[in-house]
Design a binder for this molecule. Sequence first.
Ligand code: MF3
Ligand code: CO
Length: 251
Amino acid sequence: MAVTVKSAKETELMREAGRLLEIVHDEMAKMIRPGISTMDINEYGDKVIRELGCVPNFLNYSGYPASICVSVNEEVVHGIPRRDHILKEGDIVSLDAGLIYKGYHSDAARTHAVGQIDPKVQKLLDVTKQSFFEGIKMARAGNHLFDISNAIDSYVTPFGYGIVQDLVGHGIGTSLHEDPQIPNFRQKRRGIKLVPGMTLAVEPMINMGTWEVEWLDDGWTVISADHSVSAHYENTILITDGEPEILTLHV
Ligand code: MF3
Ligand code: CO
């Protein structure tokens, strides 16, 4: 499928899809504490999405059985919420959520600390989040797609962390996943030229240890191969004539 360039009208719908998803994330963030289950987060996230008049796009996507991906500690992404998975002090939890507003998709992820966490783990969270911002500095019309990938890699690699390679960011619009794929690690080619109106989900996934991952028998949950903790940070962005617009984050 070709990379889509959104019209002004479509861009407005993408903006609204993004703004509403930010509300969902802000709401879920407030409930993070020891003692809640990963299913509690899924149920609340699903409720907020629907109250906003939107539809959760992850639910039933290729058979995914929940509305929110909730990935704890060594789980990288696509953790399936469970009633019996209770968060405890010192955990980290990655929440990945998306919604559809008037046919347009948004997608964003945040990793949260549960209570007090090891400063070394906090560093991983900080670096993962900052790597997104380093990457999107390159997300400008006229630059090439893999300038984003290379910027993320250049920032993260000196910390000695593992950049996940088996999963990548993606275009987004009237589908959750559109072309192009957006790797978070160094590329030998330049990739497509960026054009105003492209909407992209940029989502570095960074492991404390090895970059290698494995899939659990549930067919969904991705974990780090060495069971080291893993962080995820994602926003949906819009390529403009100037700086990229972050559709799922307004500071
Ligand atoms: N944010 C993820 C992605 O972009 C989550 C989607 S997986 C799903 O691919 F199956 F749960 F939808
Ligand atoms: Co995504």
